[in-house]
Design a protein around this ligand. Structure first.
Ligand code: THU
Length: 138
C-alpha cells in the first residue's frame, strides 16, 4: 500500500492527464499514473480514434511512457476518470499491468471526487496468465 502523501501525489499526476485525454467520442476521460520499482512516476491518458476499435487506454499510454524510458517494473497504479464512478481498469489493461508487475501490485481506482478502492492486481485478475508461463517454453 502507498503512504497517503504518495497516493495523493500520484492522484494529482493522474488527474492532470484528464485535461490531456483525447476522448471526443466517449467523452470519458481517463488518467493513469504508475510508480516503478526505481521510484519514478509515469502517467498517461486515453487516446481515442474515429475508428473506434483503435482506442488506447490511459494505462497503455502510461506503460508506453514507462517502457520507452527504460523501466519495466510497476509497483503501484492509480487510475482516475471524469466519472462519478470509481474507474476500474478494463480487462485488457489488467493484462497489460500484469506483464510488468508481480503479485504485490496495488491498483488504486478513484472516482472524480477523490473516493477510491485499492485492490491487488491478483484480486482483479485471478489465476492470471503471465510471463512466467513462457519461461519453460523459451
Ligand atoms: N478507458 C481507459 O482509458 N482505461 C480503462 O481501463 C477503461 C477505459 C477509456 C477507453 C475509452 O477511451 C474510454 O475510456 C471509454 O471506454
Amino acid at each position: 500500500m502507498l503512504e497517503d502523501t504518495e497516493r495523493d501525489h500520484m492522484l494529482q499526476l493522474a488527474k492532470s492527464m484528464l485535461e490531456k485525454a483525447y476522448a471526443p467520442y466517449s467523452n470519458f476521460t481517463v488518467g493513469a499514473c504508475l510508480k516503478t520499482a526505481k521510484g519514478n512516476y509515469y502517467h498517461g491518458c486515453n487516446i481515442e480514434n474515429v475508428s473506434y476499435s483503435l482506442v488506447q487506454c490511459a494505462e497503455a499510454c502510461a506503460i508506453a511512457n514507462m517502457v520507452s524510458q527504460g523501466e519495466q517494473a510497476i509497483k503501484a497504479a492509480v487510475i482516475v476518470s471524469s466519472s462519478p464512478l470509481k474507474c476500474a481498469p478494463c480487462g485488457a489493461c489488467r493484462q497489460r499491468l500484469r506483464e510488468f508487475s508481480q503479485e504485490d501490485l496495488w491498483v488504486y481506482m478513484f472516482d472524480r471526487d477523490g473516493n477510491y478502492t485499492a485492490k491487488l492486481l491478483s484480486e482483479l485478475l485471478p489465476d492470471s496468465f503471465g510471463p512466467d508461463h513462457m519461461e519453460l517454453m523459451l
